[in-house]
Every structure is written in C-alpha cells, then in structure tokens.
Unconditional design. Structure first.
Length: 138
C-alpha cells in the first residue's frame, strides 16, 4: 500500500512539474531541444538519402533513409505531445501524455543515436578512403 502511494505521488509530482513547464513555455525544455536536434538530424539524413547515386555506399544511404524515417516519426510524436490551446487543462493533458510516452521517446532517441553513430562511422571511412594516398592500398 505504501509503495503504491509513493509511486502515485512520484508520478503526480512529475506530471505537475511538467504541466507547469508546458503552461509557462508551451513545451518542455527537453522536448524543445530534442525537436531541434532531431529536426537537424532529419535534414542531414534526408540530404544523404536524396541522391543515392551521389554516394556510392549503399549501406550509408540505407542507414540515412532509416534514420530519416525514424526522425520524422519522433518529430510527429513530439508535435502530438504539445498543447493545442495553452490553457492549464490542456497543459495538464499534454504533461500526462508526456509522462505516458516518455519510454517511447527514450527508445526512439536511443535508436536514432545508434543510427547517427553508424552514419558517422561510414562517413569517416568514406573520407578516409578519399583522402588517403593510393600508395597505402598497394
């Protein structure tokens, strides 16, 4: 019983804190920052995926396409967590949705980070191959 009360209190405090932050600024600072970063990542990966013939690395273009789609999914999810009218009740509803979707957002964010790491590795290898003298390969 005490555990249930403690869990409820923890969740309630979190929702009230998030609700106040959303009411004050229209969104949580964390999600605003995340939207900016993910939007930039989506732009970069969609540029990589735009012309697959320009980049000869099929794995890189495949990673870029997957990352771009996942970025769009996360941005869509984050837009759905914003309040529509900015009132207190709407802020509370948005805060409740944020609390419910936190694990989903964290999971997608983790997958995007892994994609970003793989894309970075592929780009570094491509750059290394382009700028390394051919004598090393012989």
């Amino acid at each position: 019983m005490a555990s249930a009360i403690l869990t409820f209190t923890t969740v309630a405090v979190k929702v009230v804190r998030i609700s106040h932050e959303i009411y004050s600024s229209g969104a949580t600072a964390e999600y605003s920052h995340l939207s900016t970063v993910i939007g930039d990542l989506e732009n970069v990966t969609s540029d990589l995926d735009a012309d697959p013939t320009a980049i000869k690395d099929e794995k890189l273009t495949d990673l870029a396409a997957k990352c771009s789609r996942l970025s769009q999914d996360l941005l869509h999810l984050l837009r759905g967590l914003q309040p529509t009218d900015g009132g207190r009740l709407d802020s509370f509803k948005a805060a409740w949705a944020v609390a419910r979707k936190q694990k989903t957002v964290d999971s997608i964010e983790k997958r995007l980070s892994q994609y970003r790491d793989q894309i970075t590795m592929h780009l570094l290898v491509l750059l290394w191959c382009v700028f390394t003298p051919q004598s090393i390969w012989q």
